[in-house]
Design a protein around this ligand. Structure first.
Ligand SMILES: NC(=O)c1ccc[n+]([C@@H]2O[C@H](COP(=O)([O-])OP(=O)(O)OC[C@H]3O[C@@H](n4cnc5c(N)ncnc54)[C@H](OP(=O)(O)O)[C@@H]3O)[C@@H](O)[C@H]2O)c1
Length: 247
């Protein structure tokens, strides 16, 4: 797929990986929808950065766990060619008063139900006009590694995305719709570099065979490959520095 002139939604792209995915798509010539729910000011900064680079982008505020809001977003935007399901709840943002059930519902709603609902809305509008499209789901190594006790809901939300990828790839192929999953390991986002001291980042990086966390651009390369290669569908692309082969 040549992304030039295509419309791409990147959910949760007001910061972190989503921001870099949005900027990379815009640099390649896509019209990018920078989505978020809570910090439109940050999303506007991403759009301003894209405009300064000569790209095309706009902010669309939408809580991607809200079915009605998603339906409106797809209606408002017109034909969408590329959907990157990237939004998530920060797994370290649990408030102490939340029960296990409240936390589970919040994580699953925002990190997994959003992927299902956006994928279904995308599929419905892409299947009928013969133009197809592509979905990229942003999962995590935590989908496959045993989660720490406080990360179980997050790990399950990420694992669920792989099922959605496979189903969309299978059912979408006759309509020219593809779906792939990107599965990052430790990535040096602004949140991570705030949460961990340089010494902690080095210590965590040293557990990875390649010896460091990934850059956001390394993950964006994988997203672009999953979008641009028309013969890749139903796949998982792991970007984890060899973590699965670590002892
Ligand atoms: N960082 C890593 O090391 C790492 C590793 C593996 C996988 N990943 C995956 O990569 C993706 C991006 O991670 P990240 O670290 O860049 O995430 P992040 O910094 O926590 O950003 C999450 C984004 O989601 C948005 N968001 C939250 N709730 C939303 C909602 N209800 N509707 C729409 N948008 C919403 C946030 O914007 P607002 O707050 O403005 O709504 C923000 O833009 C995630 O799917 C994550 O699981 C990250």
């Amino acid at each position: 797929m040549d992304v030039k002139g295509k419309t791409a939604i990147v959910t949760g792209s007001s910061q972190g990986l989503g921001r870099v995915f949005a900027k990379t798509l815009a640099k390649a010539g896509a019209r990018v929808i920078v989505n978020c729910a809570h910090h439109p000011d940050k999303a506007q900064t991403v759009v301003d950065e894209i405009h300064a680079d000569g790209g095309i982008a706009e902010v669309y505020v939408c809580d991607v766990s809200d079915e009605k809001a998603i339906a409106k977003m797809f209606q408002d935007l017109g034909r969408v060619d590329i959907l990157v399901n990237n939004a998530r709840v920060d797994p370290y943002s649990r408030r102490p008063e939340m029960t296990e059930g409240e936390w589970w519902d919040r994580v699953i709603d925002i990190s997994l139900k959003s992927c299902f609902l956006c994928s279904m809305a995308f599929f419905d509008q892409a299947k009928d006009d013969g133009k197809g499209g592509v979905i990229v789901n942003i999962s995590s190594v935590r989908a496959f590694r045993p989660a720490e006790m406080h990360m179980i809901a997050y790990g399950v939300s990420k694992l669920g995305m792989h099922g959605i990828t496979r189903a969309i790839a299978h059912n979408g192929a006759p309509f020219g719709i593809r779906a792939n999953t990107i599965c990052p390991g430790m990535c040096l986002t602004e949140n991570l570099t705030k949460r961990l001291t340089p010494e902690q980042q080095k210590a965590e990086g040293s557990l990875i065979p390649i010896g460091r966390g990934s850059t956001m651009e390394e993950n964006a390369d994988a997203v672009m490959f999953a979008i641009e290669n028309d013969y890749v569908t139903g796949e998982t692309i792991n970007i984890n520095g060899g973590m699965y082969y670590a002892p």
